[in-house]
Design a protein around this ligand. Structure first.
Ligand SMILES: NC(=O)c1ccc[n+]([C@@H]2O[C@H](COP(=O)([O-])OP(=O)(O)OC[C@H]3O[C@@H](n4cnc5c(N)ncnc54)[C@H](OP(=O)(O)O)[C@@H]3O)[C@@H](O)[C@H]2O)c1
Length: 326
């Protein structure tokens, strides 16, 4: 496994990180087995993965609680990122969506952040969070300004409750605004082989500012791992909302993956590891955040941190991609 520093922190993180969204067991991904989730987290640590991402919104605290249980006696082996800014118990703030009988709102006011950090520390059974991330950003017309949010995060850092600051689902302008206020360490945006063009400038901006870029959903929620066939019935909101699962797009993606598959033989790796390795190769300051909730998956995804792709093979994969994205 390769390790790189997150932003300007002293956090030396594995280039493949583990995401725990699907471990929430909510309507986004369908039910999960907590015992298996904990085994996956332990296996990830054994495989050299030392950065694990969660959020209160994943199962309304459930994902954080599962991670907290898994970390008993292992806290010093792992860097934990969790998030703030998506509340299901607030009565003001921009409405992100309604799901599972609640209204999710974007709230990044100082009081709300201070409340959320304490709840997360409790769920995770820890007294510090390694990287604290604003999950979704305040919309124009709603308080507070980014400068106020960032000042609150910097205060939490000074108090020792968080070690690094991250932001998610952001534009280039928002990155610049946060970074103008103080040390920003990580940007977590959606990025995959199939969804890369919108992030091209952001990748460069992060590199210029010394901020780690952490792509989420790099496997496009499983289709790039070879898990999905033309006949797979898609359930759960996480996939239902993804355009690559529509029959005509799915056929193109599956044809593209068939063209890439021979490289799995060359590198003796799974398709998923190949895709993770391609993603990790896109910039020196990338940290690839993959979701896994089954033991076989975490093994394959961790392998992606060990596949030394030749530049010629990266170009060959880009050529396959162009057939789908054209
Ligand atoms: N900041 C944000 O707004 C945001 C948004 C989304 C995600 N995230 C974070 O990013 C993490 C990763 O993103 P993601 O979970 O959306 O997507 P992903 O990593 O692209 O896909 C994860 C899913 O793909 C399937 N999968 C993974 N590895 C596989 C393998 N080797 N073989 C077969 N199937 C495999 C699994 O589906 P099954 O579980 O169904 O088997 C898994 O749950 C999340 O867990 C979360 O921590 C952040």
């Amino acid at each position: 496994m390769r390790y790189t520093k997150i932003g300007r922190t002293d956090i030396n993180a594995s280039v493949v990180a583990l995401g725990t969204w699907a471990m929430a067991g909510d309507s986004n991904w369908g039910s999960s087995d907590d015992k298996e989730s904990i085994e996956v987290i332990h296996r990830a640590i054994d495989l050299g993965i030392n950065l694990i991402d969660t959020a209160p919104a994943y199962g309304f605290g459930h994902s954080e609680e599962v991670l907290g249980q898994a970390l008993a006696g292992k806290r010093d082996k792992v860097f934990v990122s969790t998030k703030c800014g998506l509340r299901w118990d607030a009565d003001s703030g921009y409405v992100q969506m309604e799901r599972d009988g609640v209204v999710l709102r974007r709230v990044l006011t100082p009081d709300s952040i201070r409340l959320e950090v304490e709840r997360s520390l409790k769920n995770l059974k820890t007294d510090y969070i390694d990287i604290y991330i604003t999950h979704w950003q305040t919309m124009s017309g709603f308080d507070p300004a980014i400068a106020v949010t960032m000042q609150t995060l910097l205060e939490l850092k000074k108090a020792g409750k968080i070690r690094g600051i991250g932001i998610a689902n952001v534009t280039a302008d928002q990155i610049k605004e946060y970074a103008a206020q103080g040390q920003l360490d990580l940007v977590q945006n959606k990025y995959s082989m199939l969804d890369r063009d919108a992030q091209k400038d952001i990748l460069q901006l992060c590199a210029d500012k010394g901020v780690t870029f952490q792509p989420y959903s790099p496997l496009e929620r499983g289709i790039l791992a070879g898990k999905i066939t033309a006949d797979t019935q898609v359930t759960g909101r996480a996939r239902a909302a993804n355009k690559w699962y529509l029959p005509e797009n799915r056929a193109k993606v599956l044809a593209m993956l068939d063209k890439m598959r021979p490289l799995c033989g060359k590198y003796q790796c799974s398709l998923s590891a190949l895709v993770v390795a391609w993603t990790a190769a896109q910039s020196p300051n990338i940290n690839v955040l993959c979701g896994s909730r089954h033991l076989a998956q975490i093994q394959e995804n961790a392998d992606g941190g060990n596949v030394p792709l030749d530049p010629a093979d990266i170009r060959a994969m880009d050529n396959c991609l162009n057939t789908v994205l054209a």
